[in-house]
Ligand binder design. Sequence first.
Ligand SMILES: Cc1ncc(COP(=O)(O)O)c(C=O)c1O
Length: 394
Amino acid sequence: MNPTIQLEQRYLVRAYNRPPFVLDTGQGVWLQDTDGNEYLDLVAGIAVSALGYQDPEIVGTIVTAASKPLHYSNLYHSEPMARFAAHLVEATPFADRVHFQNSGTESNEAAFKFARKWARQHYGEGKTDIVSFSGAFHGRTMGALATTPRPKYQDPFRPLMPGARLGQFNDPASAAEIIDDNVCAVILEPVQGEGGIHPASNEFMVALRELTHKHNALLIFDEVQCGVGRTGTFWAHEPYGVMPDILCAAKPLANGLPIGAVLVSERVAEVIHPGDHGTTFAGGPFVTAVADVVVRRVSDPAFLAHVEATGAYFKERLEALNSPHIQEVRGRGLMLGVQLDVPAAPIIQAGYGHGLLLLNAGSDVLRLVPPLIITPAEVDVAIERLAETLDQVG
Ligand SMILES: Cc1ncc(COP(=O)(O)O)c(C=O)c1O
């Protein structure tokens, strides 16, 4: 057995199933394992590596940032953090300020804390409940998990955070039933990722904004997966014309380094004071120097046009694939879901043999979230390999 796999099997907690190869090097949208096998990567580290592998500007920025202190904590001012905060807020029309975290789930936790403090300050005790929707994924820490309604994720870890309420995704009537004056925040993904690549309907987004206004609750968009260029606009909510009060981002923001960001409007920011919330690592100079490059590159209209056009081409080619198992292709930009009538797992397994890294979203959806730099020629290779894979699985 490969010695790396042997060590992992002996020493790691068994929280993951991994395929029987060890990734090593990468370039662009390609990864190579230690045996020299090449894979076209349609996973991007779960929608993270937006600019792909070994991007020269990212590597250069990392080298420069590494020649200075990697960390001195939020106790002190930091030029890279300040510069990045300005660029990220300026790229986010509704937002006035940002608070940094280290991951998606932490960003959602921070958003919930901000919402509860905001509601308590303005409306007193009792307005503490948080609404999420069927199919949502907001993370695995105790608060975020309470808003991630999947029994497999929740049941072994109960009791969860009290005050979580569940509505039906894309059902305005269900939202109207569940949102009342005791709700401090409503959270949703404008395009659900883990739940199977389901975009929110325009009607649902508008209804949530109206209901949150009516009941004095905050609207939180979880753009951890769908944000930062993934859907062909910088933020996935832009085409809806509906603005949130809080937006959480993470995955691609620093192209693979851990980061989370909670963007807020001034009315939320003004209730947060020194000591209310914090974390040791977040917003460090090393990570924010890299994130600043990602946001500048991805927010360039030409880059976003590339994502939109390449995503549309990918979708068109997927729809033309002659597989009896493909029922529907969903999604926008380079966040695509292929609804199958069979389990996705055997297809993902078979893909490795055809030099393809694939991901699922639920049991029967293939989720395609490649690095955003993928070219139409690489999409052609992906389609060819996917067709071979589907043929093999039958
Ligand atoms: C929409 C969404 N929110 C939150 C999270 C949690 O992010 P993290 O894994 O960085 O904690 C994820 C992760 O997949 C996600 O897709």
